[in-house]
Design a protein around this ligand. Structure first.
Ligand SMILES: [Ca+2]
Ligand SMILES: [Ca+2]
Length: 365
């Protein structure tokens, strides 16, 4: 467990994987962003285990195998080396009571390759069953080999919801994935969840995945599952967010705007961040200005054309997020108006037809 202030240097390399859920298909892997920080605020743990006394009496062990619905087998774990290590022949599942649904989950995992290439930590489990191995949960999954259609070692995060499907009564939504070639060995994980549902997952204090989900608001169990080999240790769970290395989130994301020539431009942007917002900035300060509340206005009379704006916002720790959008200034005439010409033509045509009909009828008399 880390109980000292982390001192690291920050680099943000790219922004990705925030927000939208991706259904459980093998989509191309997208590098997430690497962020590090100097911010860790240790809290009082709600529960913790370092397994150094070898006592596993609070934990329950299960095992399963095959394809869904899984059959129940004997699961086995040992704490002989001071960590909770899976030792049984089948897929071993260890569970312990946990009521934390918002806050911080910290743990170390010894990532060891197994025949099924998968380690699961259902850190927020509402309910689960042997047959489905997780029914209602948020999970972190370490993939060490061929899994689905990809053998790329990776970390995946997602949500499981129950369904009426058979024989697999659950639906898995992977909300984020992070390719990582050097995945084997002991790795430190920190997961935080804010009251608005925002999750961040860090590996070795580097932000790897973020997503927002509010389906599950309670928790009953913490679950660790693997075939023989992998272990978990130094689990510390608190009900406060103790770690932040994430940049602000735009809320909502800026969108393209259109104004008419001669109009003033005003756009009030918003962003949220657990540690509080720092400063706003714009690329084009000759034509636009942005104030400390994220309100963008024109700094000069805007001429016809399109302006590409890059707006950035930092948090109080210096982590920055940016977004790109455009402001288009169009002439007043180009705004959509009802086409009066067409009505005029239609009107003239109607009069002509009526006139012809009248003439025709007169001739028949
Ligand atoms: Ca230990
Ligand atoms: Ca932050």
């Amino acid at each position: 467990m880390k109980n000292k202030k982390l001192k690291l240097i920050a680099v943000i390399s790219a922004m990705a994987i925030m927000g939208l859920a991706v259904m459980a298909v093998e989509t191309p892997l997208t590098p997430a962003f690497n962020t590090q920080l100097e911010y860790y605020n240790p809290a009082t743990a709600v529960w913790s285990y370092d397994f150094d006394d070898g006592n596993l009496s609070d934990w329950a062990f299960y095992g399963n195998q095959g394809t869904m619905p899984y059959t129940e087998e004997v699961g086995n774990f040992s704490a002989e080396d001071g960590a909770l290590r899976a030792t049984g022949d089948y897929f071993n599942i260890a569970t312990v009571n946990s009521s934390v649904a918002y806050g911080t989950w910290m743990f170390d995992v010894d990532i060891v390759e197994t025949s099924i290439h998968e380690i699961v930590i259902s850190f927020l489990t509402v309910s689960w069953s042997i047959e489905a191995n997780g029914l209602e949960c948020y999970f972190l999954q370490a993939i060490t080999g061929l899994y689905g259609t990809s053998a790329q070692p990776r970390l995946q995060v997602g949500r499981v919801i129950p369904t009426s499907d058979s024989p697999a009564p659950r639906s898995v939504t992977r909300v984020g994935r992070y390719p990582y070639d050097d995945l084997l060995g002991w790795k430190n994980f920190i997961i935080t969840r804010e009251s608005n549902g925002q999750f961040y997952i860090y590996m070795n204090e580097t932000l790897i995945i973020g997503f927002k989900d509010s389906m599950y608001t309670t928790c009953n169990e913490f679950l660790f599952g693997a075939k023989a080999g992998p272990a978990i240790d130094n689990i510390v769970v608190s009900d406060t967010v103790d770690f932040d290395a994430a940049p602000p989130e735009f809320d909502p994301k800026p969108t393209d705007k259109v104004i008419e020539l001669g109009q003033d431009f005003r756009y009030d942007l918003n962003a949220t961040d657990f540690s509080g917002l720092g400063t706003w900035a714009l690329n084009d300060t000759s034509n636009f200005a942005i104030d400390s509340n994220g309100v963008i206005t024109n700094a000069t009379a805007l001429t016809l054309g399109s302006y590409g704006l890059n707006v950035s916002v930092s948090d109080s720790l210096g982590f920055t997020n940016a977004s790109v959008f455009s402001v288009t200034v169009q002439s007043v005439q180009s705004t959509a108006q009802p086409d009066l010409t067409l009505f005029a033509v239609a009107g003239v045509s109607s009069i002509l037809i009526i006139a012809l009909v009248v003439v025709f009828m007169k001739k028949r008399r």
